[in-house]
Design a protein around this ligand. Sequence first.
Ligand SMILES: [Zn+2]
Length: 484
Amino acid sequence: MKWQNLFSQLGNQISFLYLSRYGVHFLIVMFCKNACHTNSNRKTQGKMSCSKRPLEDDFLKGEKRAKRGTESDDEFADLEDEVMFKSNELETTNSDMYLDSINRKILNFELPFECSSTLATTNVFVCLVCGKYLQGSSTSSPAYLHSVDSDHHIFISLESLKFILLPEQKVLSKERESELKDIQLLIDPKFDERMVEKFDKEPMQVETYLREQYTVGYIPILNKLSDLGLKVDNTAVSDNALFYALSHLSKFRDFFINYNYSDTAPLSNQVSRLIRNIWSPYLFRGFTSSYAIENYLSTCKIPPRIRSDLKLFYMWITNTLIKENKSLKPIFTGKLTADSVDKKNLTTFLTLTLSMPQQSVFKDGTSSSIEQHDIETLITQRNFHIKKAPEILTIYIDRTNHMRIEGIDQELNMSIVKFDPDLLEVNNTFKYRLIGNITYENKVQILNKSQSKWMEFDGVSVKEVEKELLFINNCKLQFWELLI
Ligand SMILES: [Zn+2]
């Protein structure tokens, strides 16, 4: 760099420094910036970039929406760490002045954790009076301004779960915090070992603070307002069926209930959050929402071909989760060969696709009957041999059809696939029982192990169904659990 350029830059920075109302702070940051330049740690980056603080307002208004994404999150983290640092030093208060203003009826912690004003994803607070998600606690932050403008004064930090009073900038004492424990548990439900062990053994009936009863683990998953009848989003309904089935696979569920959130496993964080909500005994309402995970998936750039196909989407989800957590691999993957003698050409598989035989038309050509096929026969026709059995055998029934019956195109082969939910024997060796069954209508049927009954979730409600009648549905994706 030429000397004149260096002086020119230095001159600009000095004049900026002079004008800045954060001048002294800026000088310290300039010093730290050089000292910490090589550290790529996210937290350290945040601290060393505090020099952007004076630009915050313009930056937030002008560029935040356009720059939404990973890079912009890092930019905001630069600003937020400084605010966080300040909030840790806030004075504690034992005041109960604002507790009565909390409106539990409108609290919803199932939205993406991002500021509704700046879209920042760190240092987000929720106003406990109106439920708005707002960033920061400094005097220029959206949360602070909201407290002044709206006369709303009590907030919870989505990161520390501390209750903060604004504009006073005080933190509620431990004693007062204990009175609001239900709100902390709604955001971050806690599960002890005994509770998790009981999930499949004893039904857990709980009551919300509004005295509504629900059975833990068997609540509907909604997606925004769409499932309340305003607008149905088919992708979300299909996804919810898949999430519902996955969240009832015991090993998978327990892994994500005990999961520690990680910066390097974003999908796992979302799946864990959803599963914890489904199995939470602390809900304020007897349902949960997949809005946060749907919002995350919309940023993943999943090809439409995969996104719109349940089997491919399931494979994308499980593959991504396995990449993030190697210990999930034996749950979903097995190894097979095309020949019982061949022991070398092992193929790893995630799903077993069973094709339906060609549909036949009645000889008189006037009508067709519903054909029936036994699932074990369909498996035998595939002519493979499992060498290493997955703990969860995922079977996809491919009903693709190109028939014209009675002059009408039949896109799907609606023949019945018969199966015994209690026992599926593969290669005369491996025994499985059915745990989850997703149909072509996006209903999902789940074995409630604690009550030995089958529950059907159809997008807005959960009801009991007869085990003997499961097969009459057009099954699409099935989850079978290995019997030991
Ligand atoms: Zn508010």
